[in-house]
Design a protein around this ligand. Structure first.
Ligand SMILES: Cc1cc2nc3c(=O)[nH]c(=O)nc-3n(C[C@H](O)[C@H](O)[C@H](O)COP(=O)(O)OP(=O)(O)OC[C@H]3O[C@@H](n4cnc5c(N)ncnc54)[C@H](O)[C@@H]3O)c2cc1C
Ligand code: SF4
Ligand code: SF4
Length: 543
């Protein structure tokens, strides 16, 4: 098979076209162009970006309220276009929700405030950054997933990209392509949360060995709505805790007014294998049915739906940031400040630092591990370190329940009768039914239509569960102990229990949103998520 593969050689390859890697590629090219404008011996570097989505920004989903500082550096000529699509935060509140009511948290500590931040669509920002990368002559190989790391002589030498044209049973169809071997001196891994290459590199190079804590994750489910004028002011921003979650489960909702008539709303649910009976899609539907949110949405129309996981372990769960032949950037490096629900700035900033490291490597033609370790030094000596160190215990604080968590985060609740109550123990009962009679309810089927998700149907299943596990774990241990939680926790309805004869798990992999929730929360650890044929998956435009 190997001899049939096309092989391409580059100096530097960026895996994933999210904010982290687009920033890294753009900054590197800017540095090279600036150097070459005056240098006697110009630097030549062959670079490329691999992205599994079929369109730029198609797999990018975020809140998203971001710090705008770095955009003028990365998008010197295009900021004016992006500005048309952004809104500056005009007012903000944090609420505690009960089933019917809301209580404002009396004050928001300064570090949590969003003064001067902007509300954007991350997929729109991804499109703007991709256009800038192409303007700088950086090729973006879209519909191309890096699937397997090639480790030779104890170094990442190449990646194998997705095979195309393989049938469901594994046999090649006419015109099948086994995927390329892409060689590079260094790979920059920017896959976002729970990347499949990151997982394999972590196992091969023990990247988490020195982290004092295990990595953790949340799932964010998001909808973009068009709402009638007069419901909300452009730039208005609301975060919530409480309903519909029990106090033992971390999470919360948001409503951001992208314009006076376009709203980003979503819900974050903690996903932990020890408490797998959660329904992130259902939680968003319950949140939307709350009088506070429904007053804004009623009479409106949903435009887009999607889901994605968020890395939330913080500084103490971060992997080693570099290894032989690679750097990790953005959420692949665990760079996310959950306290502020902010990852985009950290992704852009880490990309810039990766670019500065790689520029020095190119100048000296030295891509050794010692040369790449300069990237870690840059991160540790930057404000990224301070921000993440400051919030390192934030997520852990909620392990003792919502009220203690809020208190530890400096968010005081002053609602008589509830502060200081004990957390409930994690539930082992099915999550509450989503409110199907609510006017703003979106079923998983209707929601999926709004995600633009599509996959080649005739391809091997990209959710690897062995036949043995299917029969010996899914239909027995998991059914009896957990009640097959995948039928609830997958926000795309990929996992179904067919009860026609003997209950058996059925998969609809072509619905997959690539959120990775299943691989993380599965209580029996039988699921491995691998990239399907490149170009498959959601096609976000507004998220
Ligand atoms: C619901 C939600 C709300 C959020 N809200 C905010 C917010 O308000 N403000 C904020 O600052 N941050 C927010 N974040 C976090 C922020 O969006 C992320 O931290 C940031 O997008 C991370 O950037 P990244 O480049 O590391 O990864 P990503 O944005 O995840 O991009 C990774 C890219 O790599 C591609 N890819 C992955 N694997 C492969 C592969 N093997 N081969 C090829 N391509 C691959 C993906 O398709 C994707 O395009 C939120 C996140 C979520 C999920
Ligand atoms: S995939 Fe199997 S083991 Fe995992 S949650 Fe579903 S039924 Fe249980
Ligand atoms: S199958 Fe897994 S990765 Fe795909 S949408 Fe469902 S939970 Fe997310």
């Amino acid at each position: 098979m190997d001899q049939e593969r096309e092989s391409l050689d580059f100096d530097i390859v960026f895996v994933g076209a999210g904010p982290a890697n687009l920033s890294a590629a753009i900054r590197l090219q800017q540095l090279i162009k600036k150097h070459n404008a005056t240098a006697a011996s110009p630097l030549e570097a062959e670079v490329a970006i691999l992205e599994k989505s079929r369109n730029p920004g198609g797999h990018l989903l975020s809140g998203a309220v971001i710090e705008p500082d770095l955009l003028s550096t990365l998008l010197p000529d295009s900021t004016s276009h992006l500005q048309k699509e952004t809104t500056t935060v005009s007012q903000e509140s944090i609420w505690f929700l009960t089933r019917q009511r809301r209580f404002a948290l009396p004050f928001i500590p300064e570090p949590l405030r969003n003064n001067d931040n902007i509300i954007v669509s991350l997929s729109e920002l991804g499109r703007a950054l991709s256009a800038e990368a192409e303007r700088l002559d950086i090729p973006i190989l879209d519909s191309t997933a890096a699937t397997i790391p090639v480790i030779e002589e104890a170094r990442l030498q190449a990646v194998i990209t997705d095979a195309k044209g393989t049938g469901r049973d594994g046999s090649p169809k006419p015109g099948a392509d086994p995927g390329m071997r892409i060689n590079a001196k260094t790979f920059v891994i920017g896959e976002g949360a729970r990347g499949s290459m990151t997982r394999q590199l972590s196992a091969a190079f023990n990247l988490h060995a020195e982290a004092p804590e295990t990595q953790r994750y949340e799932t964010g489910v998001k909808e973009v709505w068009e709402v009638p004028a007069g419901r909300i002011k452009a730039g208005e921003l609301h975060h919530t805790f409480g309903y519909p979650l029990p106090t033992s489960t971390y999470g919360g909702g948001w409503v951001y007014a992208m314009t006076a008539t376009r709203v980003s709303t979503g819900f974050v649910t903690s996903i932990e294998p020890q408490a797998p009976l959660v329904d992130p899609h259902g939680n968003l539907q319950l949140f939307k049915a709350h009088p506070f949110v429904s007053r804004i949405l009623d009479g409106g129309r949903p435009l887009e739906y999607g889901a994605k996981t968020i890395t939330s372990g913080g500084w103490n769960a971060m992997p080693k940031l570099y290894g032989p032949g690679f750097l990790l950037v953005g959420e692949s490096a665990g760079l996310l400040d959950l306290k502020r629900l902010k990852g985009v700035y950290l992704a852009l900033r880490s990309g810039i630092m990766a670019a500065e490291t790689l520029f020095a490597c190119l100048q000296r033609n030295d891509f050794s591990v010692a040369a790449l370790s300069d990237y870690r030094e840059r991160i540790v000596n930057s404000s990224i370190h301070e921000v993440l160190l400051d919030s390192r215990d934030y997520r852990k604080g909620f392990d003792d329940g919502l009220y203690k968590g809020l208190l530890k985060a400096g968010l005081k609740l002053s609602i008589p009768g509830i502060s200081g109550s004990k957390p409930h123990t994690p539930r082992q009962i099915p999550p509450p039914q989503p409110p199907k009679d609510s006017p703003n309810y979106l079923s998983k089927e209707d929601a999926l239509y709004l995600s633009g998700t599509s996959h080649e149907e005739d391809q091997p299943c990209h959710l690897l569960i062995t036949r043995k596990d299917l029969f010996e774990v899914c239909s027995t241990t998991c059914m009896e102990t957990y009640g097959n939680p995948c039928q609830y926790f997958c926000p795309a309805g990929v996992y179904d229990i067919d009860t026609e004869a003997r209950p058996v798990l059925k998969l609809n992999p072509s619905n997959c949103l690539h959120c990775k929730t299943c691989e993380i929360i599965d209580p029996c650890s039988v699921i491995t998520w691998i990239p399907p044929e490149g170009g498959g998956g959601p096609d976000y435009k507004l998220s």
